[in-house]
Design a protein. Structure first.
Length: 257
């Protein structure tokens, strides 16, 4: 971005959420003001990059599995710079004379997801509230918050929607994510009511998704394992979700099947 930032230096950075692929560059933007929701700032120091670097170098089966997801990332020497300014709900920023509206829509993907709206341009930056061509992963939930975030965006006057992953889209991309979440919520809830184990449910729903016209082409379909866990926790707060390592193992197992 050097050509652009020479004449227009970055003065404000928004972290949409606390995942490393969205905030580990904070230390590289000089004295720009970093802004996030308070929930995101709170989550940002939970997983130190050194732990991820160690997992990437680990020679055990867990390290092997971790590398299958994150082997392309270099987590060494990352200095986590926490946000300078936090907000709850909504915050309006002036960025180079232009209004940018931050709207907290989490917890959904993480504990504190934010979308950034540029009203005069009709643009929404969604962070990981949208995955296009890939499967949304609902780490925090509830799914209803994520569906509500989709409805909020569908009601906005916006033609250009920039997802956290995948190509730039429009409202059709929002509708696809909403449809996926609604489908998963319904399928997982029915299996929970029938007393089915969460991982068994995830495997069954993965097979249904693989065969479906609507969602069969989505990448990273193994994420259904995490999404079903989140639905089960919503329906039964006593439901115990396995640790992150086990969740990665399950995602890998579903994608290998
Ligand atoms: Zn991401």
């Amino acid at each position: 971005m050097a050509d652009a930032t020479r004449s227009a230096p970055i003065a404000t950075v928004v972290n949409t959420h606390a995942n490393g692929d969205h905030c580990y560059g904070n230390s590289l933007v000089g004295d720009a003001t970093i802004v996030s929701s308070a929930a995101t700032a709170g989550e940002m120091s939970e997983v130190p990059p050194a732990m991820l670097a160690a997992l990437n170098a680990d020679q055990s089966p867990v390290g092997e599995l971790f590398r299958s997801f994150f082997g392309d990332f270099d987590f060494d020497g990352i200095d986590v710079r926490l946000p300078d300014r936090t907000f709850e709900g909504r915050l309006e920023l002036d960025v180079g004379g232009r209004t940018v509206e931050l709207i907290e829509v989490g917890p959904a993907h993480t504990a504190g997801d934010t979308i950034a709206v540029v009203p005069d341009a009709g643009v929404i930056y969604t962070g990981d509230i949208l995955f296009i061509d890939g499967t949304p992963i609902v780490w925090a939930g509830p799914l209803s918050n994520w569906v509500a975030a989709c409805d909020l965006m569908l009601g906005m006057d916006a033609d250009t929607i920039v997802p956290g992953h995948g190509p730039v889209t429009d409202k059709s991309g929002v509708t696809e994510v909403r449809d996926y979440l609604t489908f998963v919520d319904g399928e997982a809830s029915a299996r929970h009511a029938a007393g089915m184990d969460a991982f068994d449910a995830a495997r069954e729903i993965a097979a249904a998704i693989g065969a479906s016209e609507d969602f069969g082409r989505l990448g990273e379909f193994g994420r259904i394992a995490v999404n079903v866990e989140t639905v089960y926790r919503q329906l039964d707060p006593g439901h115990e979700t396995p640790d992150v390592v086990e969740q990665f193992r399950r995602m890998a197992e579903i994608e290998r099947a």
